[in-house]
Design a protein around this ligand. Structure first.
Ligand SMILES: Cc1ncc(C[n+]2csc(CCOP(=O)(O)OP(=O)(O)O)c2C)c(N)n1
Length: 327
């Protein structure tokens, strides 16, 4: 029923050179977006809170690059990564973070609750487990459209009621839904093993659901696992569970410096930075040179700089409750 995917590190031949470069570009965009949000937050331009995705980019990009257009995705409050992986426009997403009317939700969703139905994103959820319930519900409709719903969520969320209820329901109903647990080893400030009985993958396995644990920092490994999971769900074989092992390089949210991490842990994971792995694989497997990589990186930096300039000049939404209910 389940397998543990081999340790990653090698680009697969399923994706050609251009497609593989596109994965790296998308991951780089997410990383730079998160860096930008962090610095705008420190300058007082982004309000409320933010939960950054830095370090987990291969999970969103690997899964979303395997989707068909009719598929739908529910993300978490670390959802900037999920949104950008789906192709939500950088400027629209940044404007949303800045609370501007030009944001993808008119500046009213902020960091945690982005929705973009034009780009397959049925929502990002500040309530943990919300993504699981939304994707499970969406999959009821998608099965008549040859579509699959994907739910992203964290390891801590596997202890939540929604998780157990929805996985059971999806398996009983054989729904086309892929559950992607981004196991970044912590739920807020708590190591996952301190609050989680048994292995996470044993939970879907107890329901006889197909499940796999993979290296979530290798984008090609994630892409391959997602292709298999999506094909399984699409052909009517029911839900599929992916546990992607990864790590967030930053604290839980903007107020958390992450001091609870074990000594050396962050450094060890930085050696396995998904961007670093992908960069090395592009050079080794596809012979992508340093100049080409530098060009891609400069183009991403330029995209972000232009987005910041436009975002800071964009208007705020009209105040008032009437506007909230208009659309
Ligand atoms: C229903 C609900 N309960 C509690 C919270 C508070 N909360 C926010 S994040 C979080 C931890 C989630 O950890 P995990 O699922 O591992 O996701 P990660 O932040 O690691 O990506 C909790 C308990 C919440 N947002 N929603």
């Amino acid at each position: 029923m389940s397998t543990v995917a081999p340790a990653a590190g090698a680009a697969t031949t399923e994706l050609d050179r251009d497609a593989s470069i596109a994965l790296y570009r998308r991951m780089r965009l997410i990383r730079r977006f998160e860096d930008t949000i962090q610095s705008l937050f420190q300058r007082g331009e982004v309000h409320g809170t933010t939960h950054l995705y830095s370090g987990e980019e291969a999970s969103a990009v690997g899964v979303c690059s395997a989707l068909e257009p009719q598929d739908r995705v529910a993300g978490t409050y670390r959802g900037h990564g999920h949104a950008l992986a789906l192709g939500v426009p950088t400027g629209g997403l940044l404007d949303e973070m800045l609370g501007r009317s030009t944001g993808v939700c008119g500046g009213r969703a902020g960091s945690m609750n982005v929705v973009d139905l034009d780009h397959q994103l049925i929502g990002c959820f500040g309530i943990i487990g919300g993504s699981i319930a939304a994707a499970t519900g969406a999959s009821l409709a998608l099965r008549s459209r040859n579509g699959v719903a994907v739910a992203f969520f964290g390891d801590g969320t596997t202890n939540h009621g929604y998780f157990h209820e929805c996985l059971n329901f999806a398996q009983v109903m054989k729904l086309p839904v892929v559950f992607v647990c981004e196991n970044n080893l912590y739920g807020e400030f708590t190591p996952w093993e301190d609050v989680t009985a048994g292995q996470i993958r044993s939970r879907p396995e107890a329901l006889e659901m197909s499940a796999v644990t993979i290296d979530g920092n290798d984008v090609w490994t994630v892409h391959a696992a997602a292709r298999e999971a999506l094909a399984h769900a699409r052909r009517g074989d029911g839900p599929y569970f992916i546990e992607a092992l990864t790590y967030r390089f930053v604290g839980h949210s903007r107020s958390d410096p992450g001091a609870y991490r074990k000594p050396g842990e962050l450094d060890a994971w930085r050696q396995r930075d998904p961007l670093k792995l992908a960069r090395a694989a592009l050079a080794d497997v596809f012979d992508v040179g340093e100049d080409e990589l530098a060009e891609i990186e400069a183009a991403v930096d330029g995209e972000l700089e232009a987005a910041v300039e436009a975002g800071l000049a964009a208007p705020y939404p009209e105040p008032g409750i009437a506007r909230q209910f208009k659309d």
